[in-house]
Write a protein that binds this ligand. Structure first.
Ligand SMILES: Nc1nc2c(ncn2[C@@H]2O[C@H](COP(=O)(O)OP(=O)(O)OP(=O)(O)O)[C@@H](O)[C@H]2O)c(=O)[nH]1
Length: 245
């Protein structure tokens, strides 16, 4: 069983992390929010640190809440994406604070540790229900962290079954410590949000063409036209984002 699988929505280009010094102007409509959640100590902060800073933190400090903004250039060098990466606390004490992080997220990275079987069991037991309570349509990427450990407690097949059961669009095993599959994981995540954005833009263009030709989907009288238009823009937003009330 290959521990790395990606659905077609997670395939596409590769992205290069830009530093402030080589930063051209980002595309204003390509702004995304990715939130990482999972058991305390499974390695979420270390993963973000290896990706953004290229360094593995030497000490464990429980996260309360942290944000990182990354600017990414696609391989065709046509676009600069702004990606906000939200690190959350896995500890139960911070449950209420963590729940606020889900607002407007475009993708959730759901993490477990390959060195702790319980952290995988908690995916369908704890984390998927919590996420589904706030973000019904937000895509999920499952990631197995600490792939470098010699004594793994999770078999790839178990992780694959969990990924399928929660409808994850990809499953990737990574090691933040050895920088193994870290870029590949984020490429898959960014492909998901970028592909969804492009599909929503194409849909909006098709809708506006239909409107301009006088083909109305819900109503044809001018009184209802404003309602129809605003419903469409709401729909395309909710396709990939979640709202916390
Ligand atoms: N061997 C190994 N250890 C890791 C790896 N990533 C993280 N760790 C260790 O796991 C411990 C927890 O890492 P964190 O990244 O702080 O975990 P977290 O999920 O952010 O934890 P919370 O902030 O409590 O939610 C630390 O001691 C890290 O050094 C990895 O890729 N390999």
């Amino acid at each position: 069983m290959d521990p790395f699988f990606v659905e077609p929505i997670a395939r596409g280009g590769e992205y290069r992390l830009l530093t402030q010094s080589d930063l051209p102007i980002p595309d204003p409509d390509l702004q995304f929010k990715i939130v990482i959640v999972g058991d305390s100590g499974c390695g979420k902060t270390s993963l973000l640190s290896s990706y953004i800073r290229g360094s593995f933190p030497s000490e464990y400090e429980p996260t309360i809440f942290e944000n990182h903004r990354a600017f990414l250039q696609d391989s065709s060098q046509q676009h600069i994406l702004t990606v906000d990466l939200w690190d959350t606390a896995g500890q139960e004490d911070y449950e209420r604070l963590r729940r606020l992080s889900y607002q407007d997220s475009n993708l959730i990275i759901l993490a477990y540790s390959l060195a702790a079987k319980d952290s995988l069991l908690n995916i369908p037991e704890v984390w998927a229900p919590e996420i589904l309570g706030f973000c019904v349509k937000t895509p999920i990427v499952l990631v197995g962290l600490k792939a470098d450990v010699s004594k793994k407690e999770v078999h790839p097949e178990q992780a694959y079954n969990v990924a399928k059961s929660i409808g994850a669009v990809a499953h990737v095993e990574c090691s933040a410590k050895q920088m193994y599959n870290v870029d590949q994981l984020f490429n898959a995540c960014v492909n998901v949000v970028y592909n969804q954005h492009q599909a929503a833009a194409r849909e909006a263009a098709r809708d506006s063409k239909r409107f301009s030709k006088g083909h109305f989907r819900i109503a044809s009288n001018s009184n209802n036209l404003a309602t129809v238009g605003s419903e469409i823009s709401k729909e395309s937003r909710s396709d990939s984002c979640c709202t916390v009330m």
